[in-house]
Design a protein around this ligand. Structure first.
Ligand code: GAP
Length: 556
């Protein structure tokens, strides 16, 4: 397969995620390949320039939720428009859908999400931090066990087993005792008694090998894993009783289910034939335990999903075709090939109904992580909805007179994750320091013009020359109906170029004295503008009459 050459198929010994319906192996970020400093700069630029803000920041922030600022909103719109154009508008075999976010509980019971879409979680007995049980690295070492603690002077005591693991060779055993005292101190009624005054009771030790019930951060014992429901549940209707199962609805955890549930309506109302797809872009919600890595794992996020329905014999071939198609999309939007990795998920680690699943991962500054899954899901989803709804969901083939449940291939991409990848890819600090000169670092967001939030900045050379300002405003009015442009007349032109570099504007258009035909010997440059290219910083002149087609050709 062609893509294997460019995108090495790699498999990692992974951690099996316990997402009931669709267990996906998750790779842990490779700490050796992370760049915290770079990530911090990216997060800071996103806030400073108005790409992404934390939701409800002035109230301390809503964990796992993000707001896209003016520039972020443009990037998001550009990405979604491009995805929609490539996958719906430019194809004859894919139709769009915009389903409701509030989802009937019967839909999610049939799909297996109700009762199945959960993560096994355990809590640190010392700090109360909540950890994904299936993502804890096995550890070995000496465990120190205690049966309780007491305080002689006050006569206080607690009877409760607790253990601490020391997982480093030659670690001071007093560290385990100190941790245990801190644990028992939580039960003290008299908060004036310091933890170090407690006497530990019933100490014993054991050698532990490859165990996962201790917190890797501090060695404290963890609780037994419990399933943590990942869906946001709500009650519908004014008179809804909290316990009425008929009033229960969910915020959808994926956009896919409304596609399956509406597949027959779409088919009947549009007279489509296999193979055909239904595409949807929309919000999904998951009550993630540990939202992290900026927007990467959020509780509210957007997905861009296609369910591509086909005959059973075409499923595997189409899965490979979709993988190649999706990789070409990432290439087109500017993610470097060498930073994309395809994982061919092996037998036993895929969902039981899936004969093939590829994960497309990207090298984020915090490690290699999933961007998209391309999964061959067989007839599982439509079969389940047929079974639970009792409605006929078969496809009738007019030619062969066969009636069957179509199979489905699902390319499922994260919109926010793709934006994060685009931002990480674009961020660059170019060293322009001249020999012996003052350090000069140029921050440039090297977005592809299709993705860039501002396509062109219009800059009159001087703001105190009314004729330059008037001409610049004319140019702005010419371009504004067709693209997002930015007008700026403040500061020196060099400074204004740098400001645009920082937000990724690919073209700066300067209106100067040549434009006005006022430069002696350069009268032929009248009604032309200087275009300064963001990446090369080279300049060229383009006639105003040619400007619109010149830009349109480059930004689409
Ligand atoms: N319909 C299949 C499905 O939802 P998934 O792997 O759970 O599969 C698909 O999700 C994509 O949605 C992921 O590859 C990722 O890009 C995005 N995604 C999933 N959970 C996310 C989260 N908590 N935050 C941001 N994006 C997420």
């Amino acid at each position: 397969m062609g893509f294997q050459k460019n995108f090495p198929l790699r498999h990692f010994s992974c951690f099996l995620a316990a997402r009931g319906k669709n267990p996906r192996p998750k790779t842990m970020a490779n700490k050796d390949q992370t760049d915290t400093n770079r990530m911090e700069k990216i997060v800071s630029l996103c806030k400073r320039k108005g790409f992404i803000f934390q939701s409800a920041e002035i109230y301390g922030g809503l964990n796992g939720c993000w707001d896209y600022g003016p520039l972020g909103a443009e990037v998001k719109r550009n990405l979604k428009d491009l995805w929609w154009r490539k996958n719906v508008l430019e194809r004859d075999d894919i139709l769009g859908l915009d389903g409701s976010i509030l989802t009937h509980q019967a839909v999610l019971s049939a799909s297996g999400h109700v009762g199945g879409f959960s993560d096994p979680m355990c809590d640190c007995l010392l700090t109360k931090a909540r950890l994904r049980a299936d993502q804890i690295e096995p550890q070995s070492g000496i465990a120190y066990h205690f049966t309780g603690a007491s305080h002689e002077e006050s006569g206080w005591s607690v009877d409760r087993a607790y253990s601490v693991l020391l997982n480093q060779p030659n670690q001071d055993e007093n560290k385990a005792r100190k941790t245990a005292r801190e644990f028992y101190a939580q039960f003290l009624t008299d908060k004036q008694i310091p933890a170090k005054k407690l006497i530990l009771v019933g100490e014993s030790t054991s050698e532990e090998k490859e165990v996962t019930h201790y917190n890797p951060e501090n060695g404290s014992l963890l609780t037994e894993p419990r399933d943590f429901e990942l869906m946001f549940k709500t009650q519908m209707g004014a008179s809804a009783d909290d316990n009425d199962p008929n009033a229960t609805a969910y915020l959808r955890p994926e956009t896919a289910q409304s596609i399956f549930v509406q597949y027959k309506n779409v088919m009947d109302s549009n007279r489509v034939k296999l193979p055909f797809g239904i595409a949807q872009i929309g919000k999904a919600f998951r009550n993630e335990i540990n939202p992290r890595n900026f927007t990467f794992r959020s509780r509210e996020f957007e997905q861009m999903e296609i369910e591509y329905f086909c005959r059973p014999e075409d499923g595997l071939r189409l899965t490979d075709e979709w993988l190649a198609n999706r990789l070409a999309f990432y290439d087109e939007i500017g993610l470097k090939k060498e930073k994309l990795h395809v994982l061919d998920i092996p037998d036993g680690e895929r969902a039981h109904y899936s004969q093939k699943t590829y994960d497309i991962e990207y090298d984020f500054p915090f490690g290699q992580q999933e961007l998209e899954g391309v999964a061959y899901r067989g007839d599982y989803d439509l079969g389940k909805h047929k079974e639970h709804s009792g409605k006929p969901l078969e496809y009738f083939d007019e030619q062969t007179k066969e009636r069957f449940i179509p199979h489905v291939v699902e390319p499922s991409a994260g919109c926010d994750r793709t934006i994060l990848a685009l931002i990480c890819e674009a961020f660059d600090e170019e060293d322009l320091t001249k020999e012996g000169g003052k350090q000069d670092i140029r921050t440039v967001m090297r977005f592809k013009p299709t993705i860039a939030p501002i396509k062109a900045a219009i800059l009159p050379l001087l703001k105190n020359k009314p004729e330059l300002v008037e001409k610049a405003r004319e140019v702005k009015n010419l371009l504004q109906p067709f693209m997002n442009v930015f007008y700026d007349e403040t500061a020196a032109i060099g400074r204004r170029y740098r400001r645009q570099d920082e937000v990724g504007t690919p073209f700066c258009i300067a209106i100067d004295f040549e434009t006005m035909g006022l430069e002696e010997g350069k009268e032929d440059l009248k009604d032309t503008v200087t275009i300064r290219h963001r990446d090369s910083m080279k300049q060229e002149r383009v006639a105003i009459s040619e400007l619109l087609p010149w830009l349109l050709e480059r930004i689409h």
